[in-house]
Every structure is written in structure tokens, then in C-alpha cells.
Design a protein around this ligand. Structure first.
Ligand code: FAD
Length: 596
């Protein structure tokens, strides 16, 4: 049976020693009063909820899955899910980082982010129900009319209702310009929506009496492609005069998918049969409005994968300490036993440290991005807000794709630590591998994230955002370049920063001649960018750990060892990735389609 404990010590290290969140938040009027003790207490309680309430439902939820009843179009979630959701709402967790004007607690995104890591580690499938609601909340808050906000936001904030995002259709996933769902204007100012959506997460369930669907559709006179897409709010039950769930709206679940992982989350086919909806934001600007939700969701998917990386790591370590096989090559370590625990073997350590480094690097990176979001939302100086927004835009595709790829690697390595037992359901590791796989696909596949990074965020911007972030790295290198103790981290960091900059320019030049060069380079390019960011954070963490070496606290010893492992064993992957990215489109495009 697997286990999970919240990594509170590492979270505190990242938040307080690395990012100094208390001081950073003090500059934001909305969070100026928040102190480190309060942050720690909230996360401690959040960790208990995740470990004690959600984690015990993870394996049973995976086995039971969701049950669909065609006659009533209803979905039953696995046993215990609805009760856990009731407790979640009763404790006020949904409102943690929401706007006090709508009943929220007004706490910063950076805190909510750490909380979500724990929820996802404990039970990704369950966490998707409140996770999608949070995205719907953000979208309506940014683009809803005052009436829409008043009607829906308090219910989403309290967790009384949940939300969804309905984009995908059978013939259109990545290319939303192809979508066909139609919205006909009605005399009363509402719209009637007709069409079919597929793969809608949390599209139907038994956790709440109402579900707020955010649906992309086309108006009758809309131009073709992405410029003709509008966004609508379509509640499952139309709110009555008192704002309570009233008449059933014809937006029905037609089936649920049987899938590889996240069995506890209902992935629904959603049929709209003249369902009543209301326009959110401007007509034909729906994708713009939906981007608010998609960006939040992309960071959210990164947090799903960070959670899985951490829980897989914790369990693999526990197993590697217990399991005895063979003897250490350098002589027996457990002489009182017939064999040594497998944690003595170098390659088992490589697997464990890979997962550990991906968890610790990912935690530092995502907490930083979340803090930048707080700055973007709340800093009094507009220039600072804009700079933060630019960084978030640049880093979001890296969070989504790099962390989800890393989790897939980490969960697979953690499974391998168990040998054959990893492949057996009872131990829980194969579920982590299965669950982690979807994170590379939804919210824009990782290929699409890579194209977003290289094409839109770097090349279309002439590298301006990348250069700005690079200046932060350069300042750190300059500040620590003469410190001999830091040389083992600064030298490779400076090296990869320089290579990344050259690589960006080289691809930019090639792209002038042939746009396929961007598509050919994007995926390895994003991974190089991910490593640059990780190297930056590991170097900063190593600096803190070095300064605390004599503190007697083993935490810093472990941090330093993990940073050294990262630089020695994971960062060198960039040499291969750069070669791949530079190899260009020729080897991919030369083969005629008919020869495949
Ligand atoms: C479990 C699950 C939950 C989901 N939840 C939701 C949800 O809540 N709401 C929602 O709206 N959708 C949801 N989705 C849909 C998901 O977002 C899409 O599956 C995803 O965006 C990919 O679309 P697609 O499946 O149509 O693949 P396609 O778009 O057909 O892509 C197929 C392959 O081609 C590649 N590709 C496509 N276009 C390009 C291009 N221009 N350049 C390079 N490569 C390209 C893709 O990267 C991919 O590898 C969910 C899907 C699953 C499986």
C-alpha cells in the first residue's frame, strides 16, 4: 500500500528561504498583512486534508471509476468522493485564493498552488473536480458581466457549484477554429446552444447540485476559424429567482470515457440540445476570454504532475529502504541481513534522485511562477505588473510541458525501483504512471506548448521576454561568479544560458527561410529552456544550502546533494537536446508521406 506525507519542510524552504514570499507579498496591498506563520499553518492543515481524506480514496477511486446511468444522464463518482468534497467545502478550502468580494479568503495564488500540489499528490482524479471550478471562477471574474459575477461567482467560490471548460469536439481538439457548436441569439438576450462536446472533465457528477459549463460556440454570422468563436456560460440547472438550481437546461452527459488513468474523474461527452446560455465577454472573442482559464489550467496541470512526481518519489524511497536484493558492489552494507537494501545500488539511487530532483526543481519553479502571478494581479506599479505578466506568459508553457514530461519520467523510474512489484496494481505505482500520462496531452499537448514557447513567446517577440528573464539569470551569475564554492553550479548555468541564447537565434534565422524549422525544433527547445530554468533554481537553492552547511540540519545536506545530482546527471541531457533541435527539419520532412 502506498503512503503520502505533505512535503511541508521543502515547501517552507522554497517559500521562505528561496522566494522570501513574506517580503514579496508585503509589496502587494492585497496580501501585505500575510505572515509566514499563517502560510505555514494553512499549508499544514491542507497537507492533513490531502493525506488523511483524499489519499485513502486514490486507489479505491481508480479501481471503482465513475458510473454512468444513461436513463438519467447521471454520473456516480467513486465511493467517498462526494463525502470528501462535502468536507472540502465545509472547511472553506475552495475559497482560499478567491476574491473576498465574492466570498473568497483573498489569500495569494502562491499559497493555493502549494495546496494544490498536495491535493494532486494525494488524488489527482478527485482534485480535478474543484480544479476545473477554479478555472471557471477566474474566467468569469475576468470577463463576466456584473450580473454573471453576482450569480455564479459566490457559488463557485464556496464550492457549492463546480465548473467545466467545454472546448473539445469530436473533429476538433488542438485546432479550435474547426469547432461547430452553434449559438442562436434569442429575443431575451440569451442564446440557444446546439452541438456535441467530448472529453469534458468533471462534465457530470454527484458532488454538487449544479454545474457551470463554460462553452465555446459559434454565432450564426461568425467568421470562420478562431476569430469566430464566442464563449458562453451554460448552467446545468438554470438558476431560479433566488439563484438556486431551477429548471433543467438541456445540456446532458451522453456517455463517459473508459480511459488509461484518472478513473475517478468523469470524462464526459456533453450534448447541447438547444441549451440556454449567456455570452461571456465580447462576441467572437471567446478564445481570448477562455485563455484566462487555459493559462490557469496550464499551471494547474503542472501542479498535477508535480504532485505525482512527489508521491511516486516518496513511495519509491520507502520501498528501496525495505527491499533487500544483492550486495553493494563496494562491500556489504547490511551485514546482519542476507542482502543489502536496494537503496545501496548506484542505479537505484539514480532513479530515486531523478524523481527527487524533478520534484524539488518543479516546486521551486512553480512557486516562483505563482508568486509572479500574484505580482501580475496585485502590484500597485503598472510596469511591475506588466513585467510579471511577461514572465508568466514566457514560463507557463514550460511549466506545463517540462513538468508533465518530467513526471512521466519520474513515475516510470519510481515504478522501476519496485521491479516487478511496480507493475502490480496493489503497490499503487502503475496508477501514478497511468495518471501522469494524460497531463502531457490535455490543456494543449506538449507539442503545442513547445510551439507556443518557441513560436509565439520567443520568436514573435524577437526574444524580448526571454532576454528579460535571461537578465535575472545573468545578474545571479555576476553576483556569484567569483565565489569559488559556487563555481560547480555557476559554470554550467552560465554555459546553458549562453547555449540557449545562441540556439534561439539560430532557430530564428532558419525560421525566416522555412517555418517548418520551428516545428522541428520546438520540443527539444522547450526541454532545454526547462533545464535552463531548473539550473537557475537549483543554483540558487545550492547557494542557500552551502551557507547553511554548518547548521547541523540534514535538510541542507540533502538539498546540496540533490542539486549536485541535478547538475551532474540531468542537466547534461541538454547536449543531446541541442543537437536534436539544431538538426533541423530536413530529416523529418524528407520522407514522402506515401512512404510512411
Ligand atoms: C482525459 C481527458 C480530459 C480532457 N478534459 C478536457 C476538458 O475538460 N475540456 C476540453 O475542452 N477538452 C478536454 N480534453 C481534450 C484535450 O484537451 C484534447 O484531447 C487535446 O487538446 C488534444 O486534442 P485532440 O485529442 O483532438 O488531438 P489532436 O488535436 O487531433 O492532435 C493529435 C496529435 O497531433 C498533434 N498536433 C495537432 N495539431 C498540431 C499542430 N498544429 N502542430 C503540431 N502538432 C500538432 C498533437 O500534438 C497530437 O500529438 C480532455 C482530454 C482527455 C483525454
Amino acid at each position: 500500500m502506498p503512503g503520502y506525507r505533505a512535503p511541508l519542510r521543502d515547501m517552507q524552504f522554497v517559500l521562505h528561504e528561496l522566494l522570501h514570499v513574506e517580503q514579496a507579498l508585503a509589496q502587494l496591498p492585497a496580501h501585505a498583512e500575510l505572515d509566514a506563520d499563517t502560510i505555514n499553518q494553512v499549508l499544514e492543515e491542507g497537507g492533513k486534508f490531502a493525506a488523511d481524506i483524499l489519499f485513502p480514496l486514490n486507489q479505491s477511486g481508480d479501481r471503482a471509476g465513475c458510473q454512468f446511468d444513461a436513463a438519467s444522464h447521471s454520473v456516480r463518482t467513486p465511493s467517498g468522493f462526494a463525502d470528501a468534497y462535502r468536507q472540502y467545502v465545509a472547511s472553506g478550502w475552495p475559497s482560499l485564493s478567491c476574491d473576498p468580494d465574492f466570498g473568497g479568503q483573498g489569500l495569494p495564488v502562491v499559497m493555493n498552488n502549494s495546496f494544490y500540489e498536495m491535493l494532486n499528490a494525494a488524488n489527482q482524479a478527485w482534485t480535478m473536480y474543484p480544479g476545473l471550478s477554479h478555472g471557471a471562477y477566474e474566467c468569469l471574474r475576468a470577463h463576466g458581466t456584473p450580473e454573471q459575477k453576482a450569480l455564479y461567482l459566490p457559488k463557485l467560490v464556496s464550492g457549492e457549484w463546480t465548473g467545466t471548460m467545454c472546448l473539445t469536439e469530436p473533429h476538433c481538439g488542438t485546432d479550435l477554429g474547426l469547432l461547430k457548436t452553434r449559438a442562436e441569439p434569442q429575443p431575451d438576450g440569451s442564446y440557444r446552444l446546439t452541438g456535441s462536446k467530448i472529453f469534458i472533465s468533471a462534465g457530470e457528477h454527484d458532488l454538487t447540485p449544479n454545474i457551470v459549463h463554460l462553452v465555446l460556440a459559434r454565432l450564426p454570422d461568425a467568421p470562420p476559424g478562431t476569430k469566430g468563436i464566442s464563449l458562453f456560460v451554460v448552467p446545468k440547472h438554470l438558476p431560479d429567482a433566488a439563484g438556486q438550481p431551477g429548471e433543467r437546461n438541456p445540456i446532458f452527459c451522453g456517455a463517459i470515457e473508459h480511459k488509461m488513468g484518472i478513473h475517478g474523474n468523469a470524462t464526459c461527452q456533453i450534448n447541447l440540445d438547444g441549451a440556454q446560455g449567456w455570452l461571456i465577454g465580447e462576441a467572437n472573442r471567446g478564445l481570448n476570454a477562455m485563455f484566462v482559464m487555459m493559462n490557469a489550467a496550464r499551471l494547474g496541470v503542472g501542479m498535477q504532475s508535480l504532485g505525482l512526481t512527489e508521491v511516486a518519489y516518496q513511495n519509491a524511497v520507502a520501498y528501496a529502504r525495505e527491499r533487500t536484493q544483492g550486495r553493494s558492489l563496494s562491500g556489504p552494507k547490511a551485514e546482519d541481513k542476507p542482502a543489502d537494501p536496494i537503496i545501496v545500488h548506484p542505479d537505484v539511487r539514480r532513479m530515486l534522485l531523478t524523481a527527487r530532483a524533478y520534484a524539488e526543481g518543479g516546486r521551486a519553479f512553480t512557486s516562483y511562477v505563482a508568486l509572479m502571478i500574484d505580482r501580475e494581479l496585485n502590484h500597485p506599479d503598472e510596469d511591475v505588473r506588466q513585467q510579471a505578466a511577461d514572465e508568466v506568459a514566457l514560463l507557463t508553457p514550460i511549466v506545463k510541458a517540462f513538468l508533465t514530461d518530467n513526471a512521466w519520467i519520474a513515475c516510470s523510474e519510481a515504478l522501476q525501483v519496485y521491479g516487478g512489484h511496480g507493475y502490480i496494481a496493489e503497490w499503487g505505482m502503475e496508477q501514478y504512471v497511468r495518471d501522469s500520462r494524460i497531463n502531457m496531452i490535455y490543456e494543449g499537448t506538449n507539442t503545442i506548448q513547445s510551439l507556443d514557447l518557441l513560436g509565439r513567446k520567443v520568436l514573435m517577440d524577437n526574444g524580448a521576454k526571454l532576454r528579460k528573464f535571461g537578465e535575472k539569470i545573468k545578474a545571479f551569475i555576476d553576483e556569484n561568479g567569483t565565489d569559488e564554492g559556487m563555481a560547480e553550479f555557476i559554470t554550467p548555468l552560465a554555459d546553458i544560458a549562453e547555449k540557449m541564447s545562441k540556439l534561439s537565434m539560430e532557430i530564428g534565422m532558419k525560421a525566416f527561410m522555412n517555418r517548418d524549422e520551428v516545428g522541428a525544433a520546438a520540443v527539444p527547445y522547450l526541454r532545454v529552456a526547462g533545464h535552463l530554468v531548473f539550473a537557475f533554481f537549483f543554483a540558487q537553492m545550492a547557494k542557500i544550502a552551502l551557507s547553511k552547511q554548518d547548521s547541523g540540519d540534514d535538510f541542507y545536506k540533502a538539498k546540496l546533494a540533490t542539486a549536485r545530482f541535478y547538475f551532474a546527471r540531468l542537466l547534461p541531457e541538454t547536449a543531446m537536446l541541442i543537437r536534436q533541435a539544431r538538426s533541423g527539419a530536413q530529416s523529418l520532412m524528407a520522407m514522402e508521406e506515401s512512404l510512411f
